[in-house]
Design a protein around this ligand. Structure first.
Ligand code: SF4
Length: 213
């Protein structure tokens, strides 16, 4: 059985109490930099991405400067992170596409973003919500795990999880909820050995109440 509206509100209130400043942990100054950082973040920690983008953005902060780099040069700058060859290829191709098709601007709609190389549903939602303030719930590994454990969602796939979260969470809280679930997943509700005994959600959480630990 799903959570009641009252339980959902209580969970969101407690998450807000725990993470009043939850937000994107990638460093960026423009939508373009956010796009590059999110493309780099696949299967890599935000901390590692920030180390790499600090170098990359110091000399190549915008599209025109980034376009001066070859794929190999980008590889050399980002090689500390996983999948760097693929990511370098995506960056070169997406920069070209932004220049040719979007007049050098990051597009602000889901349908346009999803066409960019290296940009999937999650990345498009992160860009929309953080750079364009369009409410969205990007479901990454943390959002997926934590929301399904708590009971805010009940699905074994990402797309249904996103839809179920959009159903139970008020639209104006979608973006904030995305961040709070990520923060909770990184600080308390770990993939292995979640800290249920210390978790303020343990009386409401489906996983904890079933004593799955
Ligand atoms: S009670 Fe445990 S499983 Fe539930 S949200 Fe907290 S840490 Fe995660």
């Amino acid at each position: 059985m799903g959570l009641t509206e009252e339980e959902v509100n209580l969970i969101l209130d407690k998450l807000e109490e725990m993470y009043p400043s939850a937000g994107c942990e990638l460093d960026y100054r423009t939508p373009f930099q956010l796009l590059i950082a999110v493309v780099l973040s696949a299967q890599t920690t935000d901390k590692k991405v920030n180390e790499v983008t600090e170098l990359l953005f110091s000399d190549y902060p915008d599209l025109d400067r980034m376009l001066t780099l070859s794929e190999e040069e980008i590889q050399n700058i980002i090689k500390k992170i996983g999948l760097y060859r693929n990511k370098a290829k995506h960056i070169v191709n997406l920069c070209r596409m932004l220049k040719i098709q979007y007049e050098g601007q990051v597009p602000g709609t889901y349908d346009e973003l999803i066409k960019l190389p290296g940009v999937g549903r999650k990345t498009a939602n992160v860009i929309l919500s953080n750079a364009f303030h369009v409410p969205a719930i990007a479901v990454d590994t943390h959002v997926f795990r934590v929301s399904n454990r708590i009971g805010l969602a009940g699905s074994n796939n990402v797309l249904d999880t996103e839809k179920q979260l959009m159903d139970v969470v008020p639209r104006e809280k979608w973006t904030q909820t995305h961040h709070m679930l990520i923060w909770h997943g990184r600080r308390v509700c770990f993939a292995r050995n979640p800290k249920c005994d210390d978790c303020k959600l343990k009386d409401l959480c489906r996983y904890s109440r079933k004593d799955n630990r």
